[in-house]
Design a protein around this ligand. Structure first.
Ligand code: GDP
Length: 311
């Protein structure tokens, strides 16, 4: 439908900087004829330039070399084959037990813990998910456990209000985030909500405290909502490229992550980082953001992403 087409165009446009670097040069490489060793080397450096990262690039290049050894790769099939390899990298978590169909489960409480460093777009993402969930018929609540940032609480309230979603917050400078989480779960349980989104702090300056806080929140969730389906989603800013990946590793230790959201894919030349994230963390991407509007966050599709990147 029209909305899908508009989104694809938007994603394609957003990835324009990454794509222009990658696609035009790939086409030049491929245009030289059947792929040989020098072409593969050029492709390798193009992938690294697009922030695909060393591990994912190695994997892609190995797959490419195997294919070339087995039955040569005619120039007119090279890009299609490359697309398939990229999709395979992005879908690998689904071979390892992650559900390819990502949505809150009906008739039960789903709790999504949202983590990430300040500024990556976490609050915006929560607002957008709350909007989509509630308009798709999931009774939804937000717990604003990033108690340190009054502005973040206000912002998430504004987003949530637009879609009639209530925010559980506990204003006051020294509020314990754990108390907000506790109240949020109680409210979600008594109102038979199907999705509780928990906003958490993202002050990386005090890494140790932050990690302790996240672990504590997780303990409360596990204890107070043992029957809930829990997802722990890390929000990453695509414009940070490989630096975002280093942040991710810190969170992966504390937050028992189950998935990733990548924001700001509009206007970055580092869109290839999506592949690095999946390869390095072994986690599926669940949503991507390509703009600041309420419709600019969408469920992730490896097919769409690869088409937007390489077509
Ligand atoms: P938080 O500190 O992680 O909660 O980040 P915010 O949600 O406050 O977002 C920080 C800034 O990034 C805001 O100006 C958002 O509008 C902007 N932002 C969030 N997601 C996107 C996106 O997908 N694309 C663009 N261009 N900007 C975004």
């Amino acid at each position: 439908d029209l909305e899908e087409i508009t989104w694809l165009q938007k994603l394609r446009q957003g990835l324009g900087k990454t794509r222009r670097g990658l696609v035009n040069q790939l086409k030049a490489v491929v245009g030289r004829g059947p792929l040989g060793a020098d072409a593969v080397e050029d492709i390798e450096s193009l992938l690294l330039q697009a922030d695909v990262g060393v591990a994912a690039t190695d994997k892609i290049i190995q797959a490419l070399q195997t294919k070339i050894r087995q039955d040569a790769l005619p120039a007119d099939q090279a890009i299609d084959y490359l697309k398939q390899i990229l999709r395979d990298v992005l879908e690998e978590p689904f071979q390892n037990g992650y559900d390819p169909n990502f949505a809150p489960q009906k008739q039960r409480l789903n709790i999504w813990l949202m983590t990430g460093v300040n500024g990556v777009g976490k609050t915006t993402t929560i607002g957008k998910i709350a909007h989509v969930a509630s308009t798709s018929g999931y009774p939804c609540l937000v717990a604003a456990a990033d108690t340190f940032r009054a502005a973040a609480v206000e912002q998430v309230k504004i987003w949530a209000a637009r879609s009639g979603v209530e925010v559980i917050a506990n204003p006051g400078k020294n509020t314990d985030p754990a108390a907000v989480v506790f109240d949020g779960i109680s409210a979600a349980q008594s109102r038979h909500c199907e999705l509780l989104l928990i906003d958490t702090a993202g002050r990386l300056q005090n890494k140790q405290n932050l990690m302790e806080e996240l672990k504590k929140i997780r303990r409360i969730v596990d204890k107070k909502a043992p029957d809930a389906h829990i997802e722990s989603l890390l929000v990453l800013d695509a414009t940070l490229g490989q630096n975002g990946l280093r942040q991710a590793q810190v969170f992966a230790e504390a937050a028992q992550l189950t998935g990733v959201v990548i924001t700001k894919l509009d206007g970055t030349a580092k869109g290839g980082v999506a592949l690095a994230v999946v390869q390095e963390l072994g986690l599926p991407i669940r949503f991507i953001g390509a703009g600041e509007g309420i419709k600019d966050l969408r469920p992730f599709s490896s097919y769409e992403f690869v088409e937007a990147l390489l077509s």
